[in-house]
Write a protein that binds this ligand. Structure first.
Ligand code: AMP
Ligand code: MG
Length: 480
């Protein structure tokens, strides 16, 4: 590994250095060798992956640390938070010269653990491992784990579960909540911290007349694009608190996430989300709310005489969130449905299709695949309101009639996954893994590696068959 330890160059108020505390009986779960290669792990590093992914081996080049941050959780100010069960154990260069964080989740308690035990359980580690892999393969920026280990140590949740650790990578673990912590507890650090965020993550903004404003604009843009991609693949993050969104628009901390099956925009996948704040359909507006909260923390960057102007400029930047989101979402939706983005009726027709999926409670992912396969009869046979379907198909074929459909079909194939990580797929892999059998984790890992390719040799019927109408979707809890 080639280290570039830059976070420790920040003021020491921003972190606490400590070693991981390993679990009893640590053993192999699963390892992503291709990612390790991208991260320039040596043969020796790869041979030691279990020790590295279980906190038994750390590196002389980097003293592990827990970051402090704050945040708004479910819309309420939560005060100081921080890495309560994870440590940054390295910052290394990947093949492209980009600095990547290695964050070991479940590494023991830290000064920021509050009431928690500092641990992660096998169930949630497997869910995060597979989802990060699935999102990356779908083309959605996300943290991505190199490997995970299990153990023989019990960890108490609602029941006694197995403790586990996950070594995840991300280009950035700096959260919107870092700025909230600084604003509240150490405002003297704001200018330098922002400067470092720009240098590390948005160096192009240094050229701008006002780098801070350019930074704000860039974070808003990347977040809008990330959320547009979530909506397109049917991903619900589940816990979009300000401490769970980073500043580079790369998906992070998606504990109780879900990939939507039936198209139900108001589906609550996180069962601790009593009010449905973080439903699929709310994600864009929550993204906007989080960014608005975050921007307030940047205001002190302006000199007193420029403050009013800066506030106004930040508000103007935020106005771009919605059009940026809509542009990317609209374009992606047209790609999925196989209509040209420039045609004036394409979006209208795409929304007509989504309305059918919603009223008929059809499977989101597989309905787009049926459309792609021109299985119109199969789609129609699943509808009760045939007039609605026929009107859609008439409009749809009318728009496609005068277009280069070969090209539209090619675009559709790279926009519609055959496979997403449905909750029951993860659940089956977890149940086997809890008995020491990781074969299903491995199968899903391979299947989800190429979601846009049909893989008959790897798939099972349950990977794609729509849920029977009397079976509810599983919802997942936060506390794992
Ligand atoms: P999350 O919603 O999972 O991102 O967690 C919110 C906050 O609670 C973060 O500061 C976590 O580090 C902390 N936390 C969550 N679970 C635990 C745990 N088991 N032990 C200690 N801290 C935890
Ligand atoms: Mg978190």
């Amino acid at each position: 590994m080639h280290f570039n330890p830059r976070y420790p160059s920040l003021n020491s108020k921003l972190y606490h250095q400590q070693q991981p505390s390993p679990l009893r009986g640590a053993k192999a779960g699963h390892f992503n060798e291709a990612l390790a290669d991208e991260l320039q792990w040596s043969e020796e590093d790869k041979a030691n992956w279990v020790e590295i992914c279980s906190g038994q081996k750390t590196f002389a080049e980097f003293t592990p640390l827990a970051m402090v941050y704050a945040g708004h959780q479910f819309g309420q100010w939560a005060g100081q938070l921080g890495d309560g069960r994870g440590l940054l154990i390295g910052q290394i260069l990947n093949q492209h010269g980009q600095t990547i964080d290695l964050h070991l989740k479940g590494a023991g308690s830290t000064p920021y653990s509050r009431m928690g035990d500092g641990r992660a359980v096998l169930r949630s580690v497997i869910r995060e491992y597979l989802a990060g892999h699935a999102l990356n393969a779908l083309g959605v920026a996300s943290s991505h784990a190199v490997g995970f280990t299990t153990s023989t140590q019990g960890v108490q949740r609602e029941t006694l579960e197995l403790g586990a650790m996950l070594l995840r990578t991300s280009e950035c673990h700096i959260r919107l909540g870092h700025f909230e912590w600084i604003n509240q507890y150490a405002p003297e650090l704001l200018t330098e911290f922002t400067q470092k965020c720009i240098e590390w993550h948005y160096p192009e903004c240094l050229e701008a007349d006002n780098p801070n404003l350019a930074f704000a604009k860039a974070v808003i843009e990347r977040t809008a694009i990330m959320i547009a991609k979530w909506q397109l693949v049917g991903f619900a993050h589940g816990v979009m608190n300000t401490d769970n969104l980073n500043i580079t628009g790369s998906t992070l901390d998606f504990g109780p996430y879900g990939f939507m099956e039936r198209f139900r925009p108001n589906w609550i996948n996180n069962h601790s989300d009593y009010q449905g704040r973080y439903t699929y359909q709310n994600q864009p507006s929550i993204g906007h709310w989080n960014l608005w909260t975050w921007l307030n923390n940047l205001i002190p960057l302006a000199k007193p005489e420029h403050k009013e102007q800066f506030k106004h400029d930040l508000a103007t930047c935020l106005e771009q969130f919605e059009p940026t989101f809509l542009h990317h979402y609209g374009q992606g939706l047209c790609e999925k449905i196989g209509l040209p983005h420039f045609h004036k009726d394409s979006l209208d027709c795409s929304f007509a299709f989504l309305r059918i999926l919603q009223t008929e409670q059809l499977d989101y992912t597989q309905s787009f695949i049926r459309l792609q396969n021109k299985a119109y009869k199969a789609l129609r046979d699943d509808c009760l309101d045939l007039r609605q379907f026929d009107a859609f198909l008439h409009q749809y074929q009318g728009i496609r009639n005068n277009q280069d459909t070969d090209e539209l079909d090619r675009v559709m194939q790279s926009a519609n996954p055959h496979y997403i990580l449905r909750n029951h797929m993860a659940q089956k892999a977890i149940e086997l893994a809890e008995r020491g059998d990781f074969s299903e984790v491995d199968r899903l890992f391979k299947l989800l590696n190429q979601p846009y390719q049909k893989q008959p040799e790897l798939e099972t019927e349950q990977d794609t068959a729509p849920l029977p109408s009397d079976v509810p979707e599983i919802s997942v809890s936060c506390s794992s």
